[in-house]
Design a protein around this ligand. Structure first.
Ligand code: HEM
Length: 421
């Protein structure tokens, strides 16, 4: 970890987008100071740049930076609510929260119902079909990349691979893949100029992207009601019991959640893996030599190291004292998974990238609780399959330049990463 920046507590402003434009080593150093000196710190709401839309100024939020506090918040969903919004610091109108974030921003009893329906659709038959498609898609993506020999790891491999898996899983036709990619980029980039062109209103672009994905899925859902096939969308709209199926609107929200939750995150993990393996050749050599012995631990270490989702939000349902800090009903807290994943109270030498790390109870997929990542199994599988194949077919693959970071506090994204085989 870089020690070049010496932060003092009052210099750290997690609401300042410039903080998130800093190199990872500087960000890591700031969180180290927070964990040690002010593990629950308060920040004013961020200013939303690039939009003419007006949002009421919110009350600010507390940042939970220690593993144990993130765990407590996740384990008490009756006190730490997701319903007011899990993926936005701003309080958005409730219809917008529901429309865009689906079950990730709901509480019981609604959350339990949605999660049950969706979990049922991931039955052994559909999951097996998805697993087969992971192998095929990985083979094709790698073949195309090998033909080029050099390029941008994000556009050649890390982005198309999970996108195609999720679209295949839901039965989205290939002709719509590019639209899905463009819209999910806009939704998750939160105004990064690479995805939202200068002069375009970032919030309007976001709303438009959500509406496009929703329309696409509503059309597909309706089609599957009339012509069911063996895919997840068909199971979601045609469940046996009336009360146990998703409405068209719920299906669309779930799809927006899947493409955003499942796409950018896996892409981010795959890209960080190339960067980390290039910077830690001894760890890469261990994998090239004996991938199978490290497949499981390496995959989890990649997710811990990358921490693709930086935070999720909770809102207090009642007053609660968390590790000595008095929180009031209505207060907002952000669960900083990136920081929990470097907590020296839990991880031995947390800044060491170790493909054999064990134990590794990281919070990359969220902490234990009802919202724990629904796609963790799928994501792990995608990461393992892609790296198994890449290291077998192109063991000399390496990054040839520095990663270009996404300017975001929410996704630890990489926009570009040049590579060669
Ligand atoms: C490396 C990749 C991934 C990471 C780091 C990741 C991370 C997360 C995190 C941190 C949460 C929130 C937990 C909470 O609020 O407590 C979450 C929830 C979720 N993830 Fe993932 N995820 C990944 C891949 C996927 C994939 C591939 C899918 C698609 C199937 C997916 C679907 C979801 C869904 C639907 C939820 C909401 C679950 C709920 O509210 O019950 N994720 N994920």
């Amino acid at each position: 970890m870089g020690t070049e920046v010496r932060w003092t507590l009052d210099d750290i402003d997690l609401s300042d987008l410039d903080f998130w434009r800093r190199p990872w080593s500087e960000r890591e150093a700031a969180f180290k100071v927070l964990r040690a000196e002010r593990p629950i710190s308060f920040y004013e709401e961020p200013i939303i740049e690039g939009t003419s839309m007006e949002f009421p100024k919110g009350p600010g939020y507390y940042a939970l930076t220690r593993y144990r506090d993130v765990a407590t918040a996740s384990r008490h969903p009756e006190i730490f609510l997701s319903g007011p919004g899990a993926v936005s610091i701003l309080d958005l109108p409730s219809e917008m929260v529901e429309y865009f974030s689906g079950m990730i921003s709901t509480d019981n009893p609604k959350h339990a119902r949605l999660r049950r329906i969706v979990a049922n659709a991931f039955n052994p038959r559909t999951v097996r079909a998805v697993e087969e498609s992971i192998e095929h898609v990985a083979d094709r993506v790698i073949r195309d990349a090998i033909d080029h020999g050099t390029g941008d790891f994000i556009t050649d491999i890390a982005a198309p691979f999970p996108l195609e898996i999720i679209c295949t899983m839901m039965g989205v036709p290939r002709s719509e893949f590019a639209t899905v990619l463009r819209c999910s980029n806009i939704i998750l980039s939160m105004g990064d100029p690479q995805f939202v062109p200068e002069g375009t209103d970032a919030v309007l672009a976001y709303l438009e992207a959500g509406a496009t994905l929703t329309a696409l899925m509503e059309e597909l859902g309706q089609h599957r009601v009339d012509n069911p096939i063996d895919d997840i969308t068909s199971s979601l709209v045609n469940a046996e019991i009336e009360s146990e199926k998703l409405t068209q609107q719920e299906l669309a929200s779930f799809f927006v959640l899947l493409v955003t939750a499942g796409n950018e995150t896996t892409r981010t993990a795959l890209a960080h893996a190339l960067h980390a393996l290039s910077e830690h050749p001894a760890q890469k050599a261990r994998l090239v030599e004996d991938f199978e012995s490290f497949a499981r631990t390496a995959t989890d270490e990649i997710v811990r190291w990358a921490s693709p989702v930086i935070w999720m939000r909770r809102t207090l349902a009642s007053d609660y004292t968390l590790s000595g800090t008095d929180l009031k009903s209505g207060d907002k807290v952000l669960l900083f998974y990136n920081s929990a994943n470097r907590d020296e109270e839990v991880f031995d030498d947390p800044y060491r990238f170790d493909v054999g790390r064990t134990p590794n109870e990281h919070y990359g997929f969220g902490a234990p609780g009802p919202h724990f990542c629904l796609g963790a199994h799928l994501a792990r599988r995608e990461i393992t399959v892609m790296w198994r194949k890449l290291l077998a077919q192109a063991p000399s693959i390496h990054a040839t330049g520095a990663p270009v970071q996404l300017a975001s506090s929410f996704v630890n994204g990489i926009n570009h990463l040049p590579y060669a085989l």
